[in-house]
Design a protein around this ligand. Structure first.
Ligand code: HPA
Ligand code: ZN
Length: 319
């Protein structure tokens, strides 16, 4: 039995498996530049974040209708349940869909057709976090927040993803302030490829409650001390780090040093269809490559609930 856990760093578009991508491409008449799923899988060789993002955005073009988004979420949920996930806080990238002419409502309503019944159907409670693309403008992020206003009962918070370097968090100060005023929770990717300063800026300028990735905090002792002192959760994604070459091999991942430093680390899957595994696969991979004992594994699972946006009574039920 996999350990019960919460998944806090998962892009729903990153759960698009090749088989579903081809099925949706056929259903919607969207051409794909790959002859079959094996050829597509061969393209899953990445040099860095950008080389992954290029394929990620290309492939998500098959998502067009509410039904497509429902099918995407309905494919993820049983996989998550089988991996011990009891609660998932799920990212989505509306700007990437709006750019293709797919409305915010199509995305949210479609996802919600599956997520609204996830507890009953799969034993997994779910929440949605809307991410802004940091390589798009601050104005575009503000327009996206505006477009989301009719759906805020379905969205618990906002995040920041896509190409990190050259797009510091402070660019999005205004939209984070507006989101805070609307009562939305705030997270941001920082310190995946970007420098430790981006982590500090996400905390100080955007007021985030969690850092997604945060790997590069380890280059700055004072920042590590602060993250420990303030109990700021980090949503690490070890298999993603290897595939996107943030670390050379899993055996060199800083997770053990991060745990030893007292950081509130969680282990997550990021874009599991692309990076070779869902969340329990990430747990098993770090256990095997880094020699983590059962107590460390339990700590990681426990941290995932502590770091979640579940209220305490909900948390107890999910466990
Ligand atoms: N980093 C930044 N943007 C992303 C990622 C990621 O790991 N996955 C999907 N969009
Ligand atoms: Zn991510």
């Amino acid at each position: 039995m996999p350990l019960p856990k919460a998944e806090l760093h998962l892009h729903i578009e990153g759960t698009l498996e090749p088989e579903l991508a081809f099925a949706l491409a056929a259903r919607n008449g969207v051409p794909l530049p790959y002859a079959h799923t094996d050829e597509l899988r061969k393209a899953y060789q990445f040099d860095d974040l950008q080389s992954f993002l290029n394929l990620y955005y290309e492939l998500m073009a098959v998502l067009r209708t509410e039904q497509d988004f429902e099918d995407l979420a309905n494919a993820y949920l049983p996989r998550a349940a089988a991996q011990g996930v009891r609660h998932a806080e799920i990212f989505f990238d509306p700007q990437a869909h709006i750019a293709r002419g797919v409305a915010m409502g199509t995305v949210v309503e479609g996802l919600w057709r599956a997520l609204g019944r996830s507890t009953e159907n799969h034993g997994v409670s779910t929440q949605l976090i809307m991410c802004f693309l940091r390589d798009e403008s601050a104005e575009s992020a503000l327009e996206t927040l505006e477009a989301a206003k009719p759906y805020l009962d379905r969205i618990i918070g906002i995040g920041l993803d896509s190409a990190e370097v050259g797009h510091p968090p402070a660019k999005f100060r205004e939209v984070y302030e507006a989101a805070a005023a609307l009562g939305l929770r705030r997270v941001a990717h920082a310190g995946e490829e970007g420098p430790p300063e981006y982590i500090t800026e996400a905390l100080d300028v955007l007021g985030v409650e969690r850092i997604d990735h945060g790997l590069r905090c380890m280059e700055d002792d004072a920042l590590v001390e602060r993250l420990v002192r303030e109990r700021v959760p980090l949503t690490l994604c070890p298999l993603s780090n290897v595939r996107l070459r943030a670390v050379d091999v899993l055996a060199e991942h800083p997770l053990p040093a991060m745990l030893d430093a007292g950081l509130l680390c969680t282990v997550n899957s990021d874009d599991p269809a692309y990076f070779g595994g869902y969340v329990a696969d990430n747990f098993h991979a770090v256990r095997d490559a880094l020699g983590l004992d059962q107590e460390r594994m339990r700590e990681l699972a426990r941290n995932s609930f502590v770091a979640s946006f579940l209220e305490h009574d909900e948390e107890r039920r999910a466990r």
